[in-house]
Design a protein around this ligand. Sequence first.
Ligand SMILES: Cc1cc2nc3c(=O)[nH]c(=O)nc-3n(C[C@H](O)[C@H](O)[C@H](O)COP(=O)(O)OP(=O)(O)OC[C@H]3O[C@@H](n4cnc5c(N)ncnc54)[C@H](O)[C@@H]3O)c2cc1C
Length: 404
Amino acid sequence: MTDKRDLLILGGGLVGMTLALAAAKKGLSSHLVDRADPASLTADGFDGRASAISTASWRLFRHVGLEETLEPHGCDIAAIAVLDQMKRGRLDFRPEPHEGTLGRMFANRQLRLALHEAAKKEPLISWHAPVEVLSRDRSEFGVSATLGDGTVLEAALMIGAEGRGSPSREEAGFKMASWDYSHRAMITGLDHSKSHENIAWEIFYPDGPFALLPMLDGPDGQHRSALVWTVDEKDAAGVLKLSDRAFLAEVHKRMGDLLGELTLNSSRSSYPLSFQHTAKIVEHRLALVGDSAHGMHPIAGQGLNLGLRDVGALVEVLDEALRLGLDLGDAQVLAKYEKWRALDSLMVMGATDSLTRIFGIPGKTASAVRRLGMAGIQRTSWLKAFFMNEARGVSGDLPELLKA
Ligand SMILES: Cc1cc2nc3c(=O)[nH]c(=O)nc-3n(C[C@H](O)[C@H](O)[C@H](O)COP(=O)(O)OP(=O)(O)OC[C@H]3O[C@@H](n4cnc5c(N)ncnc54)[C@H](O)[C@@H]3O)c2cc1C
């Protein structure tokens, strides 16, 4: 007998995995397929990145039962400070204590470990990894994927969650708006002598942003931050070749004594940065979530958060369809998901792209104009409140799973 499930989720990254868990909480069964070995995905050093998890995304993690596992690993973001290079005129976003934080920082490895542990325990998830998907099929009555070992997995709806290079998106022929920023993000962990005081620093240079994100102190009380330093692609090879000592000297040049003396606490890695977006995210018995639908510059730490909002919206429309006795691949159900996600996705992608470009304009005049704009925002409380709500992910038409 074939094990036909509700969902065939292709890609078990942070978004696909959260989707499988959120769907299971609503009684939806899934095949969750990933070509990577789960042990290598969670190995030390595989993904040295850290993610800013917004208030709304944290609620989703809580709803899917990850609060207890994740809580001890999160570092609160109490404030965000924005600087144009290290020049005067800092823009601060600091909510009042009763308004809560601006999110929390987690090492991606901790997020993956928590998701994997929960998925293993969830009987409604059938997890297939590492496996190659040889072919995908969407017919009138259902969808299927044929795996490398000949197994055929069947479901009512296929979800493309394979990230930026999504083959299910490519096969469906969605048109993508895409461009390369010619930027590369250098990632590493820093120990530093001064406390970060739970402040996330965004320091903008014409070559790209330089972000210091607060992390929990290390086992011996060392203060820690995650560094995301964006460099021009033409300089990337040179930066990657620097010795640790020379790398730290370059880092110090860009942040001064903000956090005191610096040492590296992890290996260095790098990610090429590009923009890609498709307005159409559903097709016959297919829906896209996460980076399969939208890949952006990490300047505002919004990519994963946007993907988690996709998860909340998709699960909500599927749950409604289930209760109404509709087919999960019903075109109207999927159209509702697409419509719901369109505005949020476009706004976040547009804002992120504009920010990258505005701060990328070189020269003293551009810098002076930017700092004038920043000073204006600094003095305008409603504008600051607007930006803080965006960072928390609590504005707009939120899915139930992302509400308190
Ligand atoms: C430097 C950097 C910093 C970032 N910081 C933040 C942040 O602070 N906050 C934030 O919200 N976002 C951040 N992001 C963005 C965030 O990391 C991504 O948006 C998020 O990881 C996307 O998750 P995903 O599951 O959609 O895709 P992916 O993480 O790409 O996962 C895709 C999965 O699909 C699998 N796969 C691929 N192809 C196939 C196939 N053919 N068959 C089966 N499986 C397949 C892969 O093995 C992988 O497990 C950052 C990104 C970068 C580059």
